[in-house]
Structures are given as structure tokens and as C-alpha cells.
Design a protein around this ligand. Structure first.
Ligand SMILES: [Zn+2]
Length: 118
């Protein structure tokens, strides 16, 4: 991943307006790629959990749907490999709102699983 060359990245929103008690790490050290049963592939910074939980970032609906209802797919069905869609690389203003109940927990689980799948 080319993103790795950037090294440790601090949350720029916390630099402007720090969260009193952030639940997730405010530094990012890499990206996570997730491939879902929907056929969509997403790539995101590991700090997306912090953005959603602590800054109320609202990701686009297709991503929310995949996280809530999708399954991570195995490696053997990737012959139609599309370029991953980036999500959560925030710059400047971003959409905010409420994600569905359980979204954060499920995303956290999926990210851990995706890292294991490599
Ligand atoms: Zn932050």
C-alpha cells in the first residue's frame, strides 16, 4: 500500500477541536481493505472508527449497508477484482449523522477480521 509511506497520521479534527474522551485511537498507521458479499470493495483508514464514533462522521449508505448486512468474502472469488472504493479519508467538512445501532461494534469486528484475512 502506498499509503504506508505517510507514516503515522494524527486526526486533524482533534487538532482543531479535541474530543474530550475519544473512544478510539486518534492516530492512524494504515489502511484496511474489506471485500463484501455485495461485491463492493472498500479501503479505509483504521481511524475511521474514531471518525464515526467521536466525530459523528456518517459514511455513505452503501458502506453502512455492507457493514450492517454484508459478509466479508474469501480470497478465492476475487477474479472480478475491482479497485477498492476509498471511504473515510476525511479532508475538510464531512457529512455527520447517526449510524444504525451496533454499527461501530460491527465495523470494529469486521476490521479485525479483515486484518487477519490479510
Ligand atoms: Zn479526532
Amino acid at each position: 500500500m502506498t499509503q504506508l509511506s505517510k507514516g503515522l497520521h494524527f486526526c486533524e479534527y482533534c487538532m482543531e477541536e479535541p474530543v474530550a474522551d475519544p473512544r478510539f485511537d486518534i492516530t492512524s498507521s494504515g489502511d484496511v481493505t474489506m471485500e463484501f458479499s455485495s461485491g463492493r470493495i472498500w479501503v479505509m483508514p483504521d481511524m475511521i472508527l474514531h471518525y464515526v464514533e467521536d466525530h459523528k462522521f456518517l459514511p455513505e449508505q452503501e458502506f453502512v449497508d455492507d457493514v450492517m448486512n454484508g459478509q466479508l468474502t474469501g480470497g478465492e472469488r476475487l477474479q472480478t477484482k475491482a479497485a477498492p472504493r476509498p471511504i473515510g479519508y476525511l479532508e475538510g467538512p464531512f457529512p455527520t449523522g447517526n449510524v444504525p445501532e451496533g454499527f461501530i461494534e460491527r465495523l470494529e469486528e469486521l476490521m479485525q477480521l479483515a486484518e487477519k484475512l490479510g
